[in-house]
Design a protein around this ligand. Structure first.
Ligand SMILES: Cc1cc2nc3c(=O)[nH]c(=O)nc-3n(C[C@H](O)[C@H](O)[C@H](O)COP(=O)(O)OP(=O)(O)OC[C@H]3O[C@@H](n4cnc5c(N)ncnc54)[C@H](O)[C@@H]3O)c2cc1C
Length: 475
């Protein structure tokens, strides 16, 4: 241990260290695990040392980027946490419109660095989320209808694989690895650096539009139909929410449950205002707040509602469409959203996301229109069991109308069959690539793909909606 600690340039934290308690915690306060070693890596060489040390001693490894994984994959019991949160440098090349982003960056880091050059790349909708987990699982946000998933904008990556090698991968070099890390999560190695394609994005026209709960069915239908033909510049997600008690919301609405469409439109601001106008006219709404703002402001708009240390429970599914049956379930369950921090969100999954084929990257669900997340989030753990039941019942009612699988970054610990249904026909190829790069399943604390050298040809079948999908465990 001493020689390991001497070889590492970052910080090695073990039980008894004054910072151990803080260092072992992740974003979801429900997760309470005690690793035996936490290494806050300072460079790629540290990551290599950690992987070799853990492999040789058969220690379980938790990879931590931003720490946002709801099932708590960023920490572990007894094993080693490889914490990348000090690997935060970013180099933007404005001429080539690319950014080199270290593996522990958050989206706030990236947006801040690229905005200085009038550029951006698709990331998540909360600025504290890690680039590492979000990108390797797929990653969508306000720019995805226009520019695709985060992983679609990945040009290359450097990855420490289970054998301790640092590999550079792109469409030409180690192309299987490159394919697998675009949706296959942290199964294949630890990405120490991502190279992203950037796009011209400066100010956006964005904000929420709130509607009365009684209009939920009409708003859901309107959202579904409007998004079918909306230009790619527009991103909008539907939400059931409790209005936060504070500006910019009028006091009369504080604590009220409403439905909403959160929109964000890139491009010329006057044109963006015209594109979003039908959302602000529909209803009429209770409140329409879209206005011009710098892109990084949009990206951190809801950070205050989701600080570290809340208790989370989520479930999710992809949807081919918002059918009348699904709308009826949303209208029944959505208004029970339990806290101001909770989220029932229906995100669009169309536009540029559909330009990439289902087998072009590990992220398979390229022909669905929506993904929903049902997230109970609370500062007080006491009522979480009741909220969890609400999430489970809501999800169970919607699942028969779903496309069969979930988005891996929104899954809890839901079992192997649920993971397989989320990869559809890509599962076999992922298992074969896993066998090549991580035959001992060293990186198994994730939505795990078991190594299987012969699996590539099998499991081409995709679930035909949940009737054809495996029954997941309840999570
Ligand atoms: C508040 C909140 C908002 C979110 N919003 C969105 C959203 O808008 N869009 C979206 O797509 N998702 C969103 N998510 C889901 C998010 O993508 C996942 O939670 C993701 O796992 C977070 O990544 P992280 O690096 O922060 O997580 P961590 O907990 O640090 O990591 C989770 C796992 O990801 C893998 N991983 C992380 N970093 C690396 C790396 N450098 N190399 C290899 N593997 C790595 C590892 O397997 C790791 O165990 C959100 C989550 C939260 C909590």
């Amino acid at each position: 241990m001493d020689s390991f600690a001497r070889a590492v340039r970052g910080r090695v934290i073990q039980p008894g260290h004054p910072e151990y308690e803080a260092a072992r915690r992740v974003y979801n306060a429900q997760i309470d695990r005690r690793p035996s070693i936490i290494v806050q890596c300072a460079c790629a060489a540290d990551v290599i040392h950690c992987v070799n040390y853990a492999r040789e001693r058969k220690l379980e490894i938790a990879i931590r980027g931003g720490g946002h994984s709801a099932p708590g994959f960023g920490t572990c019991a007894d094993g080693m946490v490889i914490d990348l949160s000090r690997l935060r440098s970013i180099r933007v090349d404005p001429d080539r419109r690319t950014a080199q982003v270290e593996g522990g960056c958050t989206w706030g880091d990236v947006d801040n660095a690229t905005h200085a050059h009038g550029l951006a790349t698709p990331g998540g909708v909360i600025s504290t989320t890690g680039v590492g987990g979000l990108t390797t699982g797929g990653g969508f946000g306000y720019l995805s209808r226009r520019y695709g998933l985060a992983c679609d904008n990945l040009l290359s990556a450097t990855v420490v694989t289970a054998d301790g090698q640092l590999r550079t991968t792109d469409a030409v070099r180690e192309p299987d690895l490159f394919w697998a890390i675009r949706g296959g999560g942290g199964n294949f190695g630890i990405v120490t650096s991502f190279e992203f394609r950037l796009h011209p994005v400066t100010d956006v026209y964005a904000g929420p539009v709130l509607y009365p709960l009684e209009q939920a069915a009409e708003v859901l239908r309107f959202f579904r139909d409007f998004m079918r033909t909306a230009p790619r510049e527009l991103s909008a997600f539907f939400a059931f929410l409790m209005v936060p008690p504070g500006a910019p919301f009028p006091e009369a609405l504080w604590g009220k449950t409403v439905c909403a469409i959160m929109c964000a439109c890139t491009g010329d601001l006057a044109a963006a205002e015209a594109i979003t106008r039908p959302l602000c006219d529909f209803g009429p709404p209770l409140l329409a707040l879209p206005h011009p703002m710098p892109y990084p402001i949009l990206q951190s708009l809801f950070d205050g509602l989701l600080p570290r240390g809340l208790h989370h429970y989520w479930k999710a599914d992809f949807m081919h469409d918002l059918t009348e049956e699904a709308i009826a379930e949303h209208v029944k369950f959505g208004p029970q959203v339990p806290t101001v921090n909770s989220a029932v969100h229906i995100y669009p999954m169309d536009g540029a996301i559909h330009d990439v084929g289902s087998t072009d990257t590990a992220f398979a669900y390229r022909d669905v229109r929506f993904v929903h997340i049902l997230a109970a989030v609370t500062p007080d753990p006491a009522p979480l069991p009741a909220y969890r039941e609400w999430v489970r019942n809501y999800w169970a009612a919607l699942h028969p109308h779903s496309a069969g699988g979930g988005y891996v970054n929104f899954l809890m610990d839901e079992g192997e069959e649920r993971i397989a249904s989320s990869y559809m026909g890509n599962q076999g190829r992922l298992a074969a690539i896993k066998a090549k790069y991580d035959p001992e399943n060293l990186f198994r604390l994730n939505q795990n793909i078991k190594p299987s050298p012969c699996a590539a040809a099998s499991s081409r079948r995709r679930p035909q909606g949940p009737s054809g999908a495996a029954q997941p465990k309840s999570g």
